[in-house]
Ligand binder design. Sequence first.
Ligand code: NAD
Ligand code: G6P
Ligand code: MN
Length: 443
Amino acid sequence: MMKKQNLTIIGGGSTYTLGIIMSLIAEKNNLPLKSVRFYDIDAERQQLNAEATKILLQEKYPEVEEFIYTTDREKAFKDTDVFFIQIRTGGLAMRERDEQISLSHGCVGQETCGAGGMAYGLRSIGDMIDLIKNIRKYSPDAWVLNYTNPAAIVAEALNRVFPNDKKILNICDMPCVIMESYAKMLGCELWDLVPEYYGLNHYGWFTKIRNHQGEDLTQKIKDIILEKGLEASAVDIAHDQSWQATFKNMQVMLADNPEHLPSTYLQYYLYPEKMVAKEDINNTRARQVINGREKTVFAMCQRIIDNKTTQHENMHADIHGIYMVRVAASLLFNKGDKFIVIVPNKGIIRNLQDDAMVEVPAALMNHGVEPYSIGDIPTFHKALIETQLGFEKLVVDAWFTGSKQTLVNALTLNRTVINVSTAKKIVDDILIENKRYLPQFFK
Ligand code: NAD
Ligand code: G6P
Ligand code: MN
């Protein structure tokens, strides 16, 4: 019998919460839960998700003995076995400003890439450090899965402040979401595929895809993408125009460099002008999410609450949720499953500095994660990674020192900006817009 676990979700008001709960229900045999607790700083936003979750759990997961939601950290954080962190400092409103500021200077405006990612990173770091300190006060041995973005910058910051904490794991669902599209195209299940992959978060490549029988499917996948393209297949994004356009671009990226299978996010770094040209500053991705995912999720919560049942809703577990739950199960029950996660390099990629936070496959064990070694990577990919890594490290340096010059240097390294005078203007605008989050730059 597996011991029933206590889960705390930080950012209970997130648009991803219901999908996570559906995934916990679908995976209850892999990760049996005793309690589920939500914590958020926004009581009202969290309450909608929570009241709907209460009904959902009663109907589909009565084995959960306790469900609470609170804005009190002690209540939420004590005696927890595993935390999921999914916060967004500044909310979608600030995401929209990040995207608009970047675009107003002719640069890529995106949640995690380029100048938008820098602004979001600067906002996330402080809240994340503060949360981890509190988590460790109340649950010193719990596993902490963080997928708060920008995951690369958050991971770098947390690794500096908590270098010896082996139970904080930063993760991203993108590799899994891409593999879901490969699986659909091949006519198999996502979980049949075994990846080899390296890079930084939102900045990596698959080098091989095999199945559990050991058959190498890499060339087959490349051939199909080159001939027919790739579709977004994961249920949560399959009907999303923006994600379909992104997946369509995979064909272009692969044709331009067929060596490895790229992460979707590389489109922003490899074709920045093209990405800027198709944007509408009044309808950036944040606005689409506000009018789309956010509205849909909270309208569904309200209906569930009004109807006092979920039975009229078409609800499903999503890849994002299933991935997080399976990662947690592997860690909690020492299963050693192979998943792509973000870890300190320490020789995994032999020709890259040890203190880079890299995204690579690892065996997930209860005592910690054990990454598989990659060896040397090619000069082209190494140089791209090092430039982006320089950007990420400088953003974190700047957060600690409050140096504006360091931010300008960071953006100068970023492939979506490069030009120093543009970098200076964007930094000025971002700091003014984020003044209340970043007092260290105004001393
Ligand atoms: P959202 O704004 O809808 O939800 C975030 C919630 O966090 C809100 O309810 C907000 O009140 C709360 N919050 C903000 N600061 C907090 C704090 N300090 N403590 C507790 N709660 C806090 O955002 P969303 O679109 O649902 O996304 C949530 C997060 O998940 C984002 O960071 C997003 O980028 C991330 N995400 C990451 C991946 C990945 O691949 N790594 C995938 C999906 C989502
Ligand atoms: C992918 C990425 C995440 C990102 C999410 C939503 O899953 O890996 O990091 O937050 O997409 O992006 P969107 O633009 O739809 O909010
Ligand atoms: Mn991601």
